[in-house]
Design a protein around this ligand. Structure first.
Ligand SMILES: [Fe+2]
Length: 337
């Protein structure tokens, strides 16, 4: 999937810097920058006026101080600074036993503690902002998934004969997407979006949807419209773009004989090809009011027979490998294995 088609939430999760505007260079920022420069100059003057730095040893202490500040925040930075300051005096006198290090040692110690505390405080602030941002992203993601589930449940409520079909489709689609090599964000996106593949059935009259006998030609035509209707319901919501693509093209066949657009091969989005396989599998794997679940070997053979015609052969191979190795989320098919 391209970044263009990813839901915005996932984009924000992956590229946080791109999801917020660059900070403005306002008066407050300029004052802060000026004050920082002035305080740096003041520290420099204090060091010069108190005799300067007799040796360059002290500069090395900033490395562990900054590392400690990064690892343990302000407290870690200050503790490392104090330890560095305590060791600096004896170290300086080893280098040049004739010099008087009293005042430079004190000034350098204060500088250590200041740097350790400020850098650690900045790291602490960055960390707590990251934690808050992550929590907000998780909350937004959960709300998004909750809304998708509610929407999908509305569609399934019209056809209660399918049981937990949408939840099984979610887990099977996620498993197959992961097997196909998609990353964690894309897997979650495909899995949750798969729940909405039949949302267009909201438009199909109830008497057609749950009709016990064979459908008339006109009724069948209504059912065949559900991918287009689903796409119409979901369009206009950028965060549901993957779901829209699945809803529209989950009945396309690889050889171009599917509907509604007769797409062929790779022109069918990967997420729709994934749902094509798992939707067919789940329909066979579970009892329906008008027929029992298909026997395991026959269901596997149906997928093999449809590979290259209805289904993407590579996805079928991956899916069947999961079935054979027992790595598939099972649900209604649990008694088969
Ligand atoms: Fe469908």
């Amino acid at each position: 999937m391209t970044a263009r088609t990813q839901p915005q939430l996932l984009l924000a999760r992956r590229f946080p810097a791109a999801a917020r505007p660059a900070p403005e260079l306002d008066r407050r920022s300029l004052l802060t920058a000026g004050a920082t420069s002035a305080s740096g100059l003041a520290v420099f003057l204090v060091i010069v006026l108190t005799g300067g730095t007799p040796t360059s040893l002290g500069h090395f202490a900033y490395v562990p101080i900054v590392i400690a500040a990064y690892r343990a925040g302000a407290r870690g930075g200050v503790l490392a600074a104090l330890a560095g300051a305590l060791m600096l005096g004896p170290a300086m006198s080893l280098v040049d036993p004739r010099s008087d290090f009293g005042l430079p040692w004190l000034v350098r110690g204060v500088a250590f503690v200041g740097v350790g505390g400020i850098v650690g405080w900045l790291f602490d602030r960055g960390r707590s902002a990251t934690v808050a941002w992550r929590a907000a992203a998780v909350r937004a993601s959960e709300e998004h998934q909750g809304a998708m589930t509610a929407l999908a449940a509305a569609a399934e409520a019209k056809d209660p004969t399918t049981g937990d079909h949408l939840y099984r489709c979610r887990d099977l689609a996620g498993a197959l997407a992961a097997e196909a090599g998609l990353g964690p964000d894309a897997v979650a996106d495909v899995a949750w979006s798969a729940m909405l593949h039949d949302i267009g059935k909201l438009w199909v009259p109830d008497q057609v949807l749950v009709k016990p006998g064979p459908l008339e030609a006109g009724e069948w035509e209504l059912v065949r419209q559900h991918p287009l209707r689903g796409s119409e319901i979901l369009e206009g919501a950028p965060s549901l773009e993957t779901a829209r693509r699945i809803a529209r093209w989950h009945h396309e066949n690889l050889d171009g004989t599917g509907y509604p657009d007769g797409l062929r091969g790779a022109a069918i989005p990967l997420e729709a090809r994934i749902v094509r396989v798992v939707d067919a599998w789940d329909a066979m794997a579970n009892d329906r009011p008008y027929r029992p679940a298909v026997e395991l070997g026959r269901a596997m053979q149906e997928l093999r027979d449809g590979a290259g015609a209805q289904f993407d052969p590579e996805l079928v191979a991956l899916f069947l490998a999961m079935v054979e190795s027992g790595r598939l989320p099972l649900f209604g098919a649990a008694e088969w294995l």
